[in-house]
Design a protein around this ligand. Structure first.
Ligand code: RBF
Length: 210
């Protein structure tokens, strides 16, 4: 039976001018690796160039919010020849949407040094016997939301909060004997990053892109 769940048929957005960051945890790496592959494939399918995808890993999901925040700051430093923009962004916190400083005259096919248009945070939390799961899931969810609202950059929520390993295999599309059952949510996250990145570029210029 067809399912009503999920983001629906994706509209296509042009990712060729976008720079996307991915930060992923290394805990539960089999599931992480599949999700990462799914996200990268969706980015490539939307035209995001490989050299404009910057990937960084951290030990566990708890490290994701801080790493996302610093990755974004680093990209702002890179976009400014003096490094002042990134430093200022760190100091200004919520007041900082400094994308207007990015060079918009760069050709689409070059290596971008602009601030990330979106960042995908990927982590896999599996419930254990203690309360760790609840604390980490809650802290990371709130942390990532805070970064996107205060930092003014789309942060895609790629955190799976699972009751068992099987749920993760299903959500990474690697369940079953053939390791190909389920749906890879990483691919949705890649599409979401391109859509939000493209829309954000419009919003910054006062345009509403459908
Ligand atoms: N990190 C994850 O990304 N997924 C997990 O399922 C996970 N489970 C953890 C369970 C325990 C008991 C502990 C102590 C840590 C766990 N972490 C997990 C790591 C956590 O996100 C973080 O990297 C460490 O606590 C260091 O800050």
């Amino acid at each position: 039976m067809a399912t009503l769940k999920g983001p629906g048929a994706p509209k296509s957005y042009d990712g060729s001018g976008l720079r996307i960051g991915i930060v992923h945890a290394r805990w539960n790496s089999t599931i992480i690796d599949a999700l990462l592959d799914g996200a990268k494939k969706a980015l490539a399918d939307a035209g995001v160039r490989e050299e404009n995808i910057v990937i960084q890993s951290v030990p566990g999901s708890y490290e994701l919010p801080y790493a996302v925040k610093q990755m974004y700051s680093a990209s702002q430093v890179q976009s400014s020849s003096t490094g002042v923009v990134g430093a200022a962004a760190d100091l200004l916190g919520s007041a900082s949407d400094l994308t207007q400083f990015a060079s918009s005259s760069q050709p689409k096919d070059s290596l971008l040094k602009t601030p990330f248009d979106a960042i995908i945070a990927i982590g896999v939390l599996i419930k254990g016997e203690t309360m760790h799961f609840e604390y980490i899931a809650d802290a990371v969810s709130h942390g990532l939301m805070r970064i996107q609202l205060e930092g003014n950059v789309p942060v895609v929520f790629g955190l799976l909060t699972l009751l068992n390993e099987e749920q993760g295999l299903q959500r990474a599309g690697i369940a079953g004997q053939g390791k190909n059952e389920g749906h890879n949510h990483g691919s949705d996250w890649g599409s979401a990053a391109v859509e939000l990145g493209a829309k954000r570029k419009g919003w910054v210029e006062g345009k509403i892109i459908d």
